[in-house]
Design a protein around this ligand. Structure first.
Ligand SMILES: [Zn+2]
Ligand SMILES: [Zn+2]
Length: 282
């Protein structure tokens, strides 16, 4: 059955992320390895990593997921940005594998104005294949669906499937499905009938066995807005009815559900998580 968790903050260090997750009542956890808005890779001492691994094991938080930083773009035709992205992404993924992350969530990237979609898809797949072929990486990469803003790749299942098709080691690639992004991209998660259709489409394009992690977020923006603004569960344009139906539909399919809902007011994570637990049942 699906296990729920929060995206924990690194503000007070790696170990403290585990404490936050446990205090909120989590079964699973997601973190960044560093601030998502900087290029510099995270540096942790052997001692920090050993301590974290030990705490993670005793916490029983599982799966442990790392979310990529925002700056990298593996789909770009700008060689300088591509090289910088490739190197920083490779380091971050290796760190994820080292500290014991089962999954690493990545946004596929944005193709250049001078390029076409297929070129972007080709570049993403090429970099993933290169990194996995030259390193021993235990972590499985999860492509996250996006809202479809600008030239961002991955707002529909077809594009995600096109990337996965080109990956050599298919056992190391799957999908993270974000409800707010999907709603922005035009998937109507407020409507149970549409949810049934969405899961059928997912199965045809990707196979439901590729649905590993769900980001459960309500959306401040209307259906098909192509915008990505997260809201507390049940307070947004998707609403409680659709989210509850979706939880019940995927609880025996996906491995983890993570909330990336607003942290304010204080205590919000606990309130949002409680909704997920109520909808799932024990
Ligand atoms: Zn994301
Ligand atoms: Zn997300």
């Amino acid at each position: 059955m699906i296990r729920f968790g929060i995206h924990a903050s690194l503000r007070n260090g790696l170990d403290n992320a585990i404490e936050q997750a446990l205090a909120a009542g989590c079964e699973a956890m997601q973190i960044f390895t560093k601030s998502p808005r900087i290029w510099n890779s995270a540096v942790y001492s052997r001692k920090d990593i050993a301590s974290f691994q030990h705490k993670l094991k005793t916490s029983k938080l599982s799966p442990f997921i790392i979310h990529t930083f925002y700056l990298q773009n593996l789909a770009t035709s700008n060689e300088e940005l591509y090289k910088k992205s490739f190197e920083a992404f490779e380091k971050d993924l290796l760190l994820a594998s080292e500290i014991g992350a089962k999954y690493y969530v990545i946004h596929p990237g944005s193709y250049s104005e001078t390029a076409v979609l297929d070129e972007g898809i080709e570049r993403i797949a090429k970099s993933i294949n290169a990194i996995y072929s030259k390193n021993e990486i235990k972590t499985t990469l999860l492509l996250e669906n996006l809202a479809g803003e600008g030239r961002k790749i991955g707002s529909n299942f077809k594009e995600l499937a096109q990337i996965i098709e080109k990956i050599n080691n298919k056992s190391k690639i799957a999908v993270c499905f974000d409800t707010a992004h999907a709603f922005g991209a035009g998937y109507d998660l407020s409507n149970p009938k549409k949810i049934d259709m969405l899961l059928k489409d997912f199965d045809v394009a990707l196979g439901l066995d590729k649905l590993k992690v769900i980001h459960f977020n309500d959306s401040k923006m209307p259906l098909a807005s192509k915008k990505d603004r997260h809201e507390h569960l049940g307070n947004g344009m998707i609403g409680a009815k659709g989210l509850e139906y979706f939880v019940k539909s995927v609880k025996d399919i996906a491995e983890a559900g993570i909330i990336e809902t607003p942290k304010e007011p204080e205590g919000s994570d606990i309130i949002n998580l409680k909704k997920l637990f109520k909808w799932r049942g024990k």
